[in-house]
Design a protein around this ligand. Sequence first.
Ligand SMILES: [Zn+2]
Length: 205
Amino acid sequence: MEFSSKLLERAVNEMSQLPGIGKRTALRLVLHLLRQPKEQTLALSEALQAMRNDIKFCKSCYNISDSDVCDICSNKSRNEQLICVVEDVRDVMAIENTSSFRGLYHVLGGKISPMDGIGPHDLNIEPLVEKVKNGQVKELIFALSSTMEGDTTNFYIYKKIQDYNVTTSTIARGISVGDELEYADEITLGRSIINRVPFEATLKL
Ligand SMILES: [Zn+2]
């Protein structure tokens, strides 16, 4: 792609780093930003800078937050003995949208995936195990996607905590195997949390 301006080329190159954005789409978006009022383009770049500089991860559940402890963890009306284990912040948002869950979350930050070089120590698993060891938790609900990586991650955590006094369950799957949580509709997802099943029952022993 030949550019008439280095500044344009730089903007297109940066934009095309985004997932699913090729050079042509990047050029279309950049030209759109150039055509719209200057304040609007600057508002976008300021929002991105502020997000990148100021966003935090909740000390307790690792959800994305504006403060050290997120709004969910600091809400006293929530059941802190019930923890829903999820991959990332999108799952927290999907489950919160169902209004069916009044416990807390623990965000792992991904799932174990040897193919992608992601091992247990790359995820927030140890702090979760610590919560269980401290006796803070009565029930863990695994709500990872039902892929091989999700199952591996559930099982790894289960092995670490099975000797402690904690109930483990997994969300009931009205959701077909391989579907990501965030795409499940709210009613199905809400039901799958209410109708959760004991984790042991899902293990093929
Ligand atoms: Zn939190």
